[in-house]
Design a protein around this ligand. Sequence first.
Ligand code: A2P
Length: 334
Amino acid sequence: RPLTVAVLGATGAVGNELLQLLEERSFPIDQLKLLASERSAGKIKLWNGRNITIHPASPEQFQGVDLVFASAGGSISKKWRNSINAAGAVLIDNSSAFRMDPEVPLVVPEVNPEKALTHQGVIANPNCTTILLTVVLRPLSLLAPIKRVVVSTYQSASGAGAEAMKELKNLTQDVLDGKTSKSKVLPYSLAFNLFLHNSPLAENDYCEEEMKMINETRKIMESPELSLTATCVRVPVLRAHSEAVNIEFVEPIEVRLARKALNDAPGIKIIEDFHANRFPMPVDVAGQDSVAVGRIRQDVSHANCLELWLCGDQIRKGAALNAIQIAELLLPNS
Ligand code: A2P
């Protein structure tokens, strides 16, 4: 039966992409509700040939809803979770609010699809960099157990929302125009610049984004012992993240076998032309579903390690697409 679906945060970067993907993938929707803050109340959005009015979130808005996609931030998800579940709806939550809750499955459909069906009303969509990483680690972990992962990220403005993307464009234009203007959304200007991820620092001097990668990867891969260290950096790219990844296995793995495993795995596209020195770039994956991987090579410093490079669309696979793929796992005939 077609569903009644609500998108909470329907005006944001991820919300907009969700709407586009729901249409593109012909998700079985009877009624679609668009929810955002008071600021957007009464605005109208065109979706799949229908004009839909945006409403502020309220308990009444969740009555009769089967499925809620939330991408309005952790505090909003926490605020509405009970109302959503009390109305009998399942929450697929893009925020970090419930990700580490042991009762809440944290799902990447290419990695642990079976977990989605164990939900008790909430399924968490992982952090964007973690989704891209685990899609790639999973097929490699089937070749031999992974001992340690060292990752450096190159993260786009979209991770900080639609306003941050707009700010990157505007501040870049300002630099070209010879103006020096201050950033408002991000702490520093990303125009012709980069900086370490601005999420709050933990006691161990890792930022929250880095700790999310560490903890969420362990949960998704079901390897609590996995060693992982990350350095997260924001770069002046609009909507795709890149990651340099070093993977240590318990034994040496032939590059050829790793490449084949990645090539055969769902959700991955290999972009790798060593003669042309051509490997994945953010522009290759912007607006695309697959995670692009390339430059898979033997680490010269360690026999048991491989190096690789990956890029993935942060708004799609890093957020909206993964959330919809989770919802598709819940559909009766999936
Ligand atoms: P609004 O446009 O009305 O502020 P992004 O991640 O791109 O910054 O998007 C954030 C999303 O969360 C937007 O759709 C935004 O709506 C929504 N949002 C922000 N605050 C609230 C709130 N208090 N209640 C519901 N939605 C909210």
